[in-house]
Design a protein around this ligand. Structure first.
Ligand code: F6R
Length: 631
């Protein structure tokens, strides 16, 4: 998804902007750009492709051409208009006084067509197909010498979602930023401010941050003391100041917070890809997720973030779990867990579908938003919709302080650490682990006996060790994948708790290897998809021992009879399945409700190895964004 970096301070700005953009590369983008306010005026560079292309472009310019103390930068992921130089940000507008405004934007301006017509009539000439250019020109149209006021006025006219950073060549010490529905964090560093849409671009500079709420604007000034006051005179020690307001120009105070983020955590640490690092780190990330939450002696789950809502959770009439993509698959497992362990009716839904279907929320509904980033636009909107209709809002979110985390009544953080790889892996396991804890937390207060709880908790405690054992099969998995990686169509089948795991296995494979894959309940295959099976087609069965094992075995036979190649995820010690499968990846024997936490691991490795074998850039898959903050 698009990324923003902006800076005002005592250092030369463009190397900082480029470094920040590089840190955001993992989010996915197709063009990049920056604008700096130099003593000679506004200087803009925009390029298609990687940030390194933009960097080379700036480096090749005349020495000092881009040197400045104020600038904004952006990585764009095309929505309105293809990835071209003209559509790349920053976009600009000319003010009536002949000054230039430059703006970068994440989000979507929904009423851009109406505004564009109005601005065209006013004489503005558009050079891109983006909605963002409309906002740049509208700000310019409303500018009368005060950038903060112009931004506020412009934002009062737009509908949609935005995180923006804006500069004007008439105000060389002022950076104005604002947000609604798209993340933006302001880092407070020494003699400077660094703003970004994602903490990873900030942490190397500072861990002191302020976050903005929707409809809030921040004016950040940095410059020699007397220049700040007068706007022009030179000299004096360097000073910084910031001011936060609403778009209606009401002053608001924002507390400075400490970012819970460690730069080392987001570096590769010897792995070839972030995705592999995050897969391999799962024993540790699971340990962090479970830390302090399992009390084996008392047979209880400790979830401090639910505290005062325990009564509502235990008496809930229904659970509604919403998410998108991988998070939706975790939500589907949550649906099984809630009904099985907590004995409360539950339904998982795509957040994007839920929000628009005029849903009925009965009394006592608990809505659980499942999200790694906490910024997915549809999940946030679905949560708001459910809340508005009376549901208790609960979050299962990874990013601390993210929009979803802030808008829920209660929640359980995943605590799996930053996830950089575009394909979600450790966050999925964290989401499922948190939903398991939640179901046990409620189940204990309803029908589950202490013995049953203790058994689950004992298995959960051993989960890091179990996962570490599964990960040891990485080479074996790679060898198997090598035999099938040329095939363009794969099926992933599972039953019960392992049906959503099959969905997740298929999603992982398609998103990074670009192999077409479908996941479905194993029984569904006979109702049509079986027609696809031909000689050599890889069919992955998630088939651990359990209540549905025999049924899955008969599905395996059906596939074999049609020449399909069976790849099975099975329980350690299952000798029978080896006779039917081309390859077997084993997982430890755990209760059925905990199986997804181990059965998904080999599927993550299948996807990873397939992508690498096909020569794809695993951490930057085509067309994908780490966090989808627009609809
Ligand atoms: C797939 C993937 C996506 C996300 C989805 C929701 O690997 O990462 O499908 O799971 O976009 O994102 P979050 O969890 O941030 O809400």
């Amino acid at each position: 998804m698009c990324g923003i970096v902006a800076y005002v301070g005592n250092k030369n700005v463009w190397p900082l902007l480029v470094e920040g953009l590089k840190r955001l590369e993992y989010r996915g983008y197709d063009s990049a750009g920056l604008a700096v306010v130099t003593p000679g005026g506004l200087k803009i560079a925009r390029t298609v492709g990687r940030v390194s292309v933009l960097e080379a472009h700036v480096e090749q310019a005349a020495a000092g051409a881009y040197d400045a103390h104020l600038g904004i930068a952006h990585t764009r992921w095309a929505t309105h208009g293809p990835p071209t130089e003209a559509n790349a940000h920053p976009h600009t507008g000319k003010t009536k006084s002949g000054h230039t405004i430059a703006l970068v934007h994440n989000g979507i301006i929904e009423n851009y067509a109406t505004l564009k017509k109005y601005l065209t009539e006013k004489g503005h000439v558009f050079t891109s197909q983006t909605d963002t250019e409309v906002l740049a020109k509208l700000t310019a149209e409303l500018y009368d010498g005060d950038l903060e006021r112009a931004v506020q006025a412009a934002l009062r006219e737009v509908t949609g979602a935005y995180a923006i950073a804006v500069v004007c060549d008439n105000e060389p010490h002022t950076l104005v930023c604002a947000r609604k529905g798209s993340p933006l964090i302001v880092g407070i560093a020494e003699k400077s401010y660094i703003v970004a849409s994602d903490a990873s671009a900030i942490v190397s500079h500072t861990t002191q941050v302020i976050t903005l709420d929707d409809y809030q604007v921040v004016k950040l000034c940095a410059g020699p003391n007397d220049r700040l006051a007068t706007g022009d005179a030179a000299g004096g020690p360097w000073a910084v100041e910031f001011k936060t307001t609403t778009i209606d120009n009401v002053r608001v105070t924002r507390d400075v917070q400490e970012l819970e983020f460690d730069l080392q955590q987001i570096e590769l640490g010897g792995y070839r890809h972030f995705m592999l690092k995050e897969i391999m780190e799962q024993p540790e990330s699971i340990r962090n997720c479970l830390r302090g939450r399992i009390d084996l002696r008392e047979s209880r789950v400790v979830l401090g973030g639910l505290g005062k809502y325990t009564r509502e959770l235990v008496r809930a009439s229904r659970f509604l779990l919403v998410g998108q993509g991988t998070a939706f698959h975790a939500a589907r497992i949550g649906e099984y867990l809630m009904e099985d362990l907590a004995k409360i009716p539950a339904r998982a839904e795509y957040a994007s579908e839920f929000r628009y279907r005029n849903p009925i929320i009965e009394d006592g509904t608990v809505a659980v938003a499942v999200s790694q980033s906490g910024e997915t636009a549809d999940t946030l909107a679905a949560l708001r919709e459910a809340k508005e209709r009376g549901a208790l809002a609960v979050g299962a979110v990874n990013v601390v302080g993210s929009s979803i985390a802030r808008e829920t009544d209660a929640g359980v953080y995943l605590h799996v650490g930053p996830e950089i790889g575009v394909a979600s892996t450790k966050a999925f396991v964290g989401q499922v682990a948190v939903l398991t804890l939640l179901a046990l937390y409620i189940g204990k207060r309803r029908y589950l006996s202490d013995d049953v709880i203790r058994n689950y908790l004992a298995h959960l405690e051993r989960l890091p060790e179990h996962v570490a054992n599964v990960l040891k099969q990485s080479n074996h998995i790679r060898e198997c994948v090598e035999r099938h990686v040329h095939r363009e169509n794969w099926l992933f089948l599972g039953r019960g708790y392992n049906y959503p795991v099959a969905l997740e296995g298929a999603l992982k494979l398609k998103e990074i290897s670009y192999i077409h894959a479908e996941g479905m309940p194993a029984a569904e295959m006979k109702h049509g998809p079986i027609a696809l099976i031909d000689e050599g087609m890889p069919v992955v069965f998630v088939a651990p021992q359990g209540s549905q094992y025999d049924k899955v075995m008969s599905n395996i036979e059906e596939v074999r009879a049609r020449g399909g190649k069976v790849i099975a995820v099975a329980t350690e010690g299952d000798t029978k399945i080896h006779k039917y499968a081309d390859a077997v990846f084993t997982v430890p024997d755990v209760p059925e409700a905990l199986q997804p936490l181990v059965t998904v691991i080999p599927l993550q490795l299948v996807a990873y190895h397939a992508a690498v074998l096909r020569g794809h850039d695993v951490d930057k898959p085509r067309n994908l964004a780490k966090s989808v903050t627009v609809e």
